[in-house]
Ligand binder design. Structure first.
Ligand code: ATP
Ligand code: MN
Length: 255
């Protein structure tokens, strides 16, 4: 066997062996996540030296699983794997249709999910260019997205704001509004699902994640989504003890 292929094969065996999927729930999901096509995608990522080891799950969401992985260079990465079987195609189609960057007319579920993952990757790049604090995207392939792992030196993932509220709510709210301003004015995107579940508390610095559904500001539903994001954020933060007026915040974001 070609040494590169055999190396990738060993890697994949190692990846699968070292999946270290511990809990019963994870095991159930494990078989669901790693369908044949997903295995092939992971194999390709290993073969092109993007991923060495796939470690335990960080999160098991509605549509995606996030794992901790080890990049070829030894860095920890976050590996987000969308499950084709539980994806919300209606939502995906609806959000993708109004986006001029995508001309997917497909009703093929797998292709839709691939476009969705590609959208998350491109959105992350735009956010990064706008100097927002988001995970650095590495590569999107099929239903798998590799990105920078947000966590501490001991490789613990940063908690969400849901799990760990801010020590200084006013300060963090201000930083988030500034992030939303950059997202709107520079990245020309609206998050669309902003809440304490999609903001990581990285040592008291907010990191916005989960931008797959984020839409371009020209999208017909962008204003509706922006209003909802602001409302949710202000409601969440009022529970933390920080408040701001909807109108002021909206003005700040849209300029
Ligand atoms: P969906 O797009 O289907 O709503 P989801 O909500 O499950 O997916 P995310 O919100 O992107 O997906 O990620 C789920 C969880 O995984 C997050 O709440 C966070 O705990 C963890 N996570 C995601 N990305 C990273 C990352 N780059 N670094 C560390 N942890 C992450
Ligand atoms: Mn999420």
């Amino acid at each position: 066997m070609d040494p590169k292929v055999s190396k990738a094969d060993a890697n994949l065996q190692k990846m699968l062996a070292e999946k270290r999927i511990k809990s019963v729930e994870d095991r159930r999901v494990g078989s669901e996540v790693f369908d044949q096509k997903t295995l092939e995608t992971l194999y390709k990522l290993a073969n092109s030296n993007y991923l060495n080891i796939l470690n335990g799950a960080i999160s098991t969401g509605k549509e995606a699983n996030v794992f901790k992985g080890v990049h070829e260079d030894g860095h920890i990465v976050a590996v987000k794997i969308y499950r084709i079987s539980t994806s919300d195609f209606k939502k995906m189609q609806y959000y993708i249709q109004g986006d001029p960057r995508f001309r997917v007319r497909t009703t093929n579920k797998r292709q839709l999910v691939h476009a969705w993952v590609n959208k998350e990757f491109r959105n992350l790049n735009r956010c990064l260019e706008a100097k927002m604090d988001v995970p650095n995207p590495i590569i999107a392939k099929n239903n798998v997205l590799l990105m920078e792992f947000i966590g501490d030196d001991e490789e613990n993932p940063a908690p969400t704001l849901r799990d760990q509220g801010p020590q200084n709510p006013d300060k963090m709210l201000e930083e988030l509004i500034e992030s939303m301003r950059k997202m709107y004015q520079d990245a020309k995107l609206v998050h669309g699902d902003l809440s304490i579940y999609n903001i990581l508390n990285n040592n008291e610095k907010p990191v916005i994640i989960d931008v797959s559904q984020s839409v371009v500001v020209d999208h017909p539903i962008s204003m509706e989504l922006l209003n909802r994001d602001i409302e949710t954020l202000l409601k969440d933060f009022s529970k933390f003890g920080a408040s701001a007026s909807f109108e002021d915040v909206k003005k700040e974001i849209t300029g």
